[in-house]
Design a protein around this ligand. Sequence first.
Ligand code: ATP
Ligand code: MG
Length: 243
Amino acid sequence: MNAFEPLLCVSHLVKRYEGAAGSPALTILDDVSLSVERGESVAIVGPSGSGKSTLLNLIGTLDAPTAGEILLDGRRIDLLAPAQSAALRCNRLGFIFQMHHLMPQCSALENVLIPTLAPGAPGRGGAAAQRARDLLGQVGLGARLHHKPGQLSGGECQRVAVVRALINEPDVILADEPTGSLDAASAEEVWSILSRLGRERDAALIVVTHSTSLAATMDRTLELRAGRLEDRAGRRPAQGAAR
Ligand SMILES: Nc1ncnc2c1ncn2[C@@H]1O[C@H](COP(=O)(O)OP(=O)(O)OP(=O)(O)O)[C@@H](O)[C@H]1O
Ligand SMILES: [Mg+2]
């Protein structure tokens, strides 16, 4: 990578689904470009079905684009073999979904430590456990370390999910409606924790939300509509110049 390269560069991305049983193909993303710098926060908004989760899944290497490129630190990540993309997801990306997807039989602390057990994870053992305890303390769960998800509130589970996404110090945090299942007060709390922890770590934060008020707290808000990504002024953010 060079100093002028953005951390994440999405370039002319297309995602098309072939139609089933003779129905026409669906183009969900149509020439989407976006670049995100370290420490930057971006909200993605748009109507239901506009392709927000599809875009996040492509950036997160959970799905493959029909055309276009995705670069992290100047390297293609859309072409990685499954084992490489699994390692990338574990070590450089952090995911948070609408439903927390915590392991029900594991405590808050154990859930947070799961990503540290993956091959190539930056740290494990005592140091990781200490980091997990510190982070859970920072999100107000210091007294809930050994509670299982069933013994935690929805907002508390989502705070555990945020800590789990951050435990391996990812460069990019991808959050798909992370507060969508919470009441307004818990949503605001989880959102501010996510923004603060992301900023402190200089991570790029890309968050899908339906909430315009939460989106307004991010550095930029982009809207997906009819397969195109636009900023609030209706301009298309070109890669490398997506300000
Ligand atoms: N595997 C698939 N095969 C065919 N079509 C799909 C597939 N996955 C998603 N789609 C279609 O792609 C479109 C975009 O879906 P996506 O989940 O990205 O929307 P979204 O913007 O996240 O919506 P929401 O706000 O409701 O979560 C939808 O119309 C959906 O039906
Ligand atoms: Mg979605």
